[in-house]
Design a protein around this ligand. Structure first.
Ligand code: AMP
Ligand code: ZN
Length: 469
């Protein structure tokens, strides 16, 4: 399995630190609002990486944090006349609601900054003791010049960064170098704070992830992931903090997802061009949002549009209909073993799996993996029409379910949950009665009524089948 490592800027064979195990940390959202579809991308993409790792037999420990102390959360709390904790608790719950809808598996641990404060203070202290940090009037800075490898992840040169910064007005006079960043900042009136050796205050953003990764996964981890906007400065600073403190390589592989854009501009809260997952979920099922995200390669930008969402909805329906058709066929076909010809053909079935795995082994190319599923769908549709044996239909269904599950798409529950199901079944029964009584006008009228509900029906040898679309 190869993955593209931002650290080395190339695709590398994945070799875990400890055989059979994967330790993975993914930067989570700052919880002051509903997550937008841009935030949903790392959720879905790295959940899929995790699922594929598990599929390959690895035992994955997956950590995704919540940033629950931040200026944005405090501002929102002040605006609404409530507390930071109330805001963060509300939006953590909302984030879980959306993540569940997107079929994102819960992480092994979802640490929150407020629950890790002692360890954060401990790490800042250790950095200070080791000469990598200095305190000025209650603010503690990381001394970037004390870490010669600073810039290795984002491929930035420290001297260039310093020269670049000197062109701008530096507001923070206390810093030894313009590239130094805050590990701990002093309390401001009316803001939440914690006691520390440098006085009451709260942590800077970057230190939290170094601490939570160390706490829940150890000093060295296999994979660290997040959106590409995090490479610099967030991840660069994490590398500096963790490696300066722990003296070992922090993360072996760095994975970064590309942006979701609107009109080719990054979707972001600050620009105001964002759509929350919740908004979109009121127009399209959650599963379509997941499918939309997996339709592109995770490192390529995806431009969000209604047309693309609709195309994805149709694509997903195609897969779901094939699954449904197979299930219907299996349930309504008498037991029969595979013919000799089918036994030979079942090798063909394995080819789709191979094609799928080849795509996923190549830096998690979910777009090509979905193409393999589409091809399998064509194959099963043809098989069902040609009247294959029940055993062969079961083998086809197994393969389709197997591959869809790796991507977390076209899940069985979604198919089963159709609020109109009872009504649809009733109409289909009435239509059958009408046809039996040779009242074809009534039968056609029922078909039209179903069609108006977005339901297509199909008369097959096994009985009447219905599906959406
Ligand atoms: P934030 O809450 O802004 O810290 O973002 C949480 C995660 O979402 C980070 O991994 C970001 O890199 C990622 N992210 C934010 N906006 C986008 C976007 N438009 N497209 C893709 N990923 C994004
Ligand atoms: Zn982080």
């Amino acid at each position: 399995m190869k993955l593209y490592n931002t650290l080395t800027r190339q695709k590398e064979e994945f070799v875990p630190i400890e055989e059979g195990k994967v330790k993975m940390y993914v930067c989570g959202p700052t919880v002051y609002d509903y997550i937008h579809i841009g935030n949903a991308r790392p959720y879905v993409v790295f959940d899929t990486v995790r699922r594929y790792m598990e599929y390959k037999g690895y035992e994955v420990t997956y950590v995704q944090n919540f940033t629950d102390v931040d200026d944005k959360i405090i501002n929102r709390a002040n605006k609404e006349g409530t507390t930071m904790t109330e805001i963060s608790t509300k939006y953590i719950n909302e984030a879980f609601h959306d993540a569940d809808g997107l079929n994102v598996k819960r992480a092994s641990v979802h640490p929150r900054v407020t629950e890790e404060m002692d360890l954060i203070i401990e790490m800042v202290k250790e950095l200070e003791d080791k000469g990598h940090a200095y305190a000025v009037d209650g603010t503690v800075y990381f001394d970037t010049k004390s870490f010669p490898e600073y810039g290795k992840l984002s491929r930035k040169n420290l001297d260039d960064l310093i020269a670049g910064a000197s062109d701008r007005v530096t507001l923070d006079e206390a810093k030894k170098s313009s590239t130094d960043f805050v590990l701990w900042k002093p309390k401001k009136e009316g803001e939440p704070s914690w006691a520390s050796p440098w006085g009451d205050g709260r942590p800077g953003w970057h230190i939290e992830c170094s601490v939570m990764a160390k706490h829940h996964l150890g000093d060295s981890i296999d994979i660290h992931a997040g959106g590409e906007d995090l490479v610099f400065p967030h991840h660069e600073n994490e590398v500096a903090q963790s490696e300066a403190c722990n003296g070992v390589q922090f993360a072996k592989y760095w994975l970064h997802n590309g942006f979701i854009t609107v009109d080719n501009e990054k979707m972001s809260k600050s620009v105001g061009n964002f759509f929350t997952v919740r908004d979109i979920a009121s127009h399209f099922p959650y599963e379509v949002i997941r499918f939309f995200i997996l339709n592109g390669h995770y490192r390529s930008p995806i431009n969000f549009s209604d047309e693309l969402m609709k195309a994805c909805q149709n694509g997903l329906e195609r897969i779901k209909n094939a699954k449904k058709e197979l299930r219907f066929y299996i349930e309504n076909t008498a037991d029969s073993a595979m013919t000799e010809e089918e036994v030979a053909q079942s090798v063909e079935l394995g080819k789709y799996k191979e094609q799928f795995e080849t795509a996923m082994d190549d830096d998690f190319n979910t777009a090509d993996a979905i193409s393999a599923i589409y091809e399998l769908v064509r194959f099963t549709n043809t098989g069902v029409k040609a009247g294959v044996s029940k055993a062969y239909a079961v083998a086809m269904e197994d393969m389709l379910i197997h591959l869809c599950d790796v991507l977390g798409i076209a899940q069985a529950e979604e198919v089963a949950v159709d609020e109109d199901a009872a009504k649809i079944e009733e109409l289909i029964a009435k239509r059958a009665e009408a046809k039996k009584a040779k009242d074809f006008a009534a039968a056609d009228a029922i078909r039209d009524e179903l069609s108006a509900m977005g339901i297509t029906i199909k008369d097959t040898r096994q009985g009447v089948q219905w599906f959406r679309g």
